[in-house]
Design a protein around this ligand. Structure first.
Ligand SMILES: *[C@@H]1O[C@H](CO)[C@@H](O)[C@H](O)[C@H]1NC(C)=O
Ligand SMILES: *[C@@H]1O[C@H](CO)[C@@H](O)[C@H](O)[C@H]1NC(C)=O
Ligand SMILES: *[C@@H]1O[C@H](CO)[C@@H](O)[C@H](O)[C@H]1NC(C)=O
Ligand SMILES: *[C@@H]1O[C@H](CO)[C@@H](O)[C@H](O)[C@H]1NC(C)=O
Ligand SMILES: *[C@@H]1O[C@H](CO)[C@@H](O)[C@H](O)[C@H]1NC(C)=O
Ligand SMILES: *[C@@H]1O[C@H](CO)[C@@H](O)[C@H](O)[C@H]1NC(C)=O
Ligand SMILES: *[C@@H]1O[C@H](CO)[C@@H](O)[C@H](O)[C@H]1NC(C)=O
Ligand SMILES: *[C@@H]1O[C@H](CO)[C@@H](O)[C@H](O)[C@H]1NC(C)=O
Ligand SMILES: *[C@@H]1O[C@H](CO)[C@@H](O)[C@H](O)[C@H]1NC(C)=O
Ligand SMILES: *[C@@H]1O[C@H](CO)[C@@H](O)[C@H](O)[C@H]1NC(C)=O
Ligand SMILES: *[C@@H]1O[C@H](CO)[C@@H](O)[C@H](O)[C@H]1NC(C)=O
Ligand SMILES: *[C@@H]1O[C@H](CO)[C@@H](O)[C@H](O)[C@H]1NC(C)=O
Length: 583
């Protein structure tokens, strides 16, 4: 269960990571010594009058020289307005982020709203228009955008437009980037106009309801000879034709068809897109096994087939996709073992693969020694399968490994000594298995980066920590769970030096020592403490204070004396100290 919480924490951090609080385009204009054109200045002012701007993003739109206004860029010789960078500097908060930390107030405050004046059509030289991440409150994308003949870049994504997309956009024959993704209930019944956009390289219609467009989208898109990136995630698409007469978009680099309702097998003609570097078919209902012709996609760097209904053995060709960096096959029905996956000794995958996710499948057997060949691997997710046996000794060769997740398998062997070489490892989840054998200093020796260490075994105390009492480890953990591993009888130094713990669970660990008071006073950040089912002795001193604790379980030990009330600061703390063995 701790795993679940960690996933949340990870989501939280990763969303923090992509939040940008400044816009890179708004401040770096170089409009030296050009004066703007009078009629264009009037057009901009008229455009501004139609908008509401509660945070004053357009407050610099005063004075004569519109080329100095924030978000406006002019040609530095002719003085014509060429670019409008009007995206909200705060990124749109996707629904799943609402619950976390997103500064939604700031985002809402700095949205532009209101009407989009057709005075924009007076900006005859406009080639770049970015209105993304604002809130146009469900109005339609204006038809007159089709008259902005010089547009090369149009971004109205995340801007709360709705309704039918105007076919007038088909007049924008110079358009290279068209991004309409994630608007409020936008749809298209006919996409024929798309095929006139002969310069188009980038198209994103993500979250568009294309269910009424039938198979039009594919024919329209297939007419675009320059297309490099196509994003059609979450478009309510249901079917792909079993065959195509021709493929025009052979230069396609990126194809994202995730989160639709495709339920066919993976079609042969998709595999003719041999330029693809990124293919995302995740979160559909694709069926059948992976065709061998996948091996033709030799330029693939990112392949995501997660959350489908794909069956059969894992493909053996992966070893020949020499540029593959991320491979996500999680959440399918793959079965059998993974001996073939990494290819034989002539395979080239060893150079590139950084992230491998096979979680939530039906895989069995041992983890092969050839794993050690994936020298660039940073993330390895194998949880929720039925792997058994030991971790292969070759794992010590994965010197870049940062996260290893084997949670919830049937691993019934040992953890090799070479494990102790994984100096980059931060996250280690080995809980929910049947480990055997002995952990000594060797397995922990150089784990200098380790912060999350979950290792539980369902076979009582079948895994023994035989670590010298005085040994001081190189890591300072935040999360530690070692339920049912034999650690005692003493409370060893390698635990006593862990002063940064937030989560500690050591149930059924054979500890019959007293808890050292100095250690207790160091771990004041603990939110969870579970020491139940040991034989721990002694009194709970006044130092037993954990201001942030929300769960504490000391039951089934041999503590004596009174319980200091200060141990449990808030009424929310769940305390299970029920003393069957409390004298
Ligand atoms: C004018 O713009 C061109 C093209 O963007 C650029 O190469 C040039 O350096 C600019 N000149 C000045 C004086 O900013
Ligand atoms: C469009 O704007 C959004 C939000 O500002 C941004 O994330 C996206 O990358 C832009 N699209 C293109 C093609 O630049
Ligand atoms: C979008 O527009 C609708 C009105 O059509 C409004 O109710 C909603 O609050 C707006 N904003 C978002 C983020 O949906
Ligand atoms: C622009 O597109 C619309 C709709 O497709 C069409 O009716 C109109 O004639 C086009 N205008 C020009 C100038 O091409
Ligand atoms: C998408 O459009 C179809 C056809 O009009 C409709 O039945 C469906 O409910 C729409 N989907 C959503 C999520 O609005
Ligand atoms: C590819 O699309 C163009 C129009 O964009 C069309 O003229 C051409 O015939 C198409 N290629 C094939 C092989 O059909
Ligand atoms: C896919 O490639 C094969 C082999 O090059 C070719 O025979 C076939 O016609 C292609 N299919 C399409 C739809 O282009
Ligand atoms: C795919 O979905 C369609 C429509 O929902 C359904 O009629 C068809 O039987 C499904 N095909 C398979 C192979 O499940
Ligand atoms: C190893 O893989 C290569 C390339 O796929 C293949 O040609 C060769 O037959 C394989 N060798 C063995 C022993 O499996
Ligand atoms: C990857 O494997 C190939 C073939 O076995 C070998 O030539 C190459 O040196 C290996 N590269 C790395 C970085 O291990
Ligand atoms: C990989 O690990 C194995 C087993 O520990 C070892 O014999 C081998 O020398 C290692 N290979 C490299 C390239 O480090
Ligand atoms: C581990 O589990 C596998 C698969 O269930 C079994 O074949 C093997 O005998 C077990 N090994 C041990 C040491 O229990």
């Amino acid at each position: 269960m701790a795993n679940l919480n960690l996933t949340v924490v990870f989501l939280l951090l990763s969303s923090l990571g992509i939040i940008k609080l400044t816009s890179c385009n708004e401040d770096n204009q170089t409009n030296v010594n050009v004066k703007c054109i009078h009629t264009e200045r009037e057009a901009l002012l008229s455009f501004k009058r139609g908008l509401t701007d509660p945070s004053g993003r357009l407050s610099s739109w005063i004075g004569e020289d519109c080329c100095q206004w924030r978000g406006v860029e002019c040609n530095n010789q002719s003085g014509h307005v060429t670019k409008l960078h009007l995206q909200n500097p705060y990124r749109y908060p996707y629904p799943y982020e609402f619950y976390y930390i997103y500064p939604i107030i700031e985002y809402q405050k700095s949205c532009l709203r209101g009407e989009i004046s057709s005075s924009l059509t007076h900006l005859k030289y406009l080639n770049y228009l970015d209105l993304s991440s604002n809130d146009f409150e469900g109005i339609q994308v204006p038809e007159f955008f089709g008259n902005l003949k010089n547009l090369r870049y149009l971004n109205v994504s995340l801007a709360n437009f709705s309704g039918e997309i105007p076919p007038h956009l088909g007049n924008l024959s110079s358009l290279i980037h068209l991004d309409l993704h994630y608007n409020n209930d936008m749809h298209a019944t006919n996409l024929g106009w798309l095929s006139s956009l002969s310069s188009l390289k980038y198209l994103d219609l993500g979250e568009f309801n294309l269910s009424r467009a039938g198979a039009d989208w594919l024919h329209a898109v297939n007419m675009l000879p320059s297309l490099l990136e196509l994003h059609l995630s979450g478009c309510e698409l249901e079917s792909l034709p079993p065959s195509l007469p021709f493929i025009n978009s052979t230069s396609l680099f990126v194809l994202d068809l995730s989160e639709n309702q495709f339920n066919s097998s993976i079609l042969q003609w998709l595999l003719n897109l041999t330029s693809l570097t990124k293919l995302d078919l995740s979160s559909n209902s694709f069926q059948g096994s992976i065709p061998y012709d996948f091996v033709n996609l030799r330029n693939l760097e990112h392949l995501d087939l997660s959350s489908n209904q794909i069956t059969g053995q894992l493909p053996s060709f992966c070893g020949n996709l020499c540029k593959l960096e991320t491979l996500d096959l999680s959440g399918n029905k793959f079965c059998g073992n993974i001996d073939e996956l990494f290819g034989n000794s002539t395979a080239c995958l060893n150079n590139s693969l950084e992230s491998l996710d096979l979680s939530f499948n039906e895989l069995v057997g041992n983890i092969p020694d050839s794993l050690g060949r994936l020298g660039s691997l940073r993330y390895l997710f194998l949880y929720h399968n039925s792997f058994s046996g030991s971790i292969p000794a070759s794992i010590g060769n994965l010197s870049s490994l940062q996260e290893l997740d084997l949670y919830h398998n049937k691993m019934n062997g040992t953890i090799p000594e070479s494990f102790g070489q994984l100096s980059k490892l931060v996250h280690l989840y080995l809980d929910g298995n049947f480990w055997e054998g002995v952990i000594t200093e060797a397995q922990l020796m150089n784990l200098t980066s380790l912060e999350y260490f979950m290792l539980t075994t369902d076979k009582n105390q079948s895994l023994v920590f035989n670590v010298t009492y005085n040994w001081v480890p190189p890591f300072r953990l935040k999360y530690l769970q070692l339920d049912k591993c034999l650690i005692g009888p003493k409370f060893p130094i390698w635990l006593q030096v862990q002063s940064e713990l937030i989560y500690l669970a050591l149930t059924n660990a054979g500890i019959s020592d007293a808890i050292p008071e100095e250690w207790v006073s160091k771990v004041s950040e603990l939110t969870t403490l579970d020491l139940s089912y040991n034989q721990i002795i002694g009194k709970l001193s006044h130092r037993f204070i954990f201001p942030n604790v929300s769960f504490i379980d000391l039951s089934y030990n041999r503590f004596n004396g009174p319980i200091p009330l200060s141990t449990f600061p808030s009424e929310q703390s769940a305390f299970r100290g029920a003393p069957p063995s409390w004298d």
